[in-house]
Design a protein. Sequence first.
Length: 95
Amino acid sequence: MNELFDKLGAAAKRAANAVSTEVSVAAEEQKIREAFQALGKLYYKAKRSGTEPAGFEFDEQCRKVEASIKRINELKNARNVTSVYADEEDFEIVE
């Protein structure tokens, strides 16, 4: 019986980790949206003044986007979805 509870606990932990990963990915995606919005404002401001979009603020927003994309990839790669969680001995034939 303890083995069953251990397996249920492990399954619950995997589910919680998957949800946690998805929430973290969503948070990083929100950061990307915010950086894109800031980039758009900087681009508009630069074009309106007749200059090219460049400078510290512009570069900083680009770095934020790149960092968030890297973090999303790390989160997704850390999640091992190819592992087998059940095998034949986990099932019982009921007649």
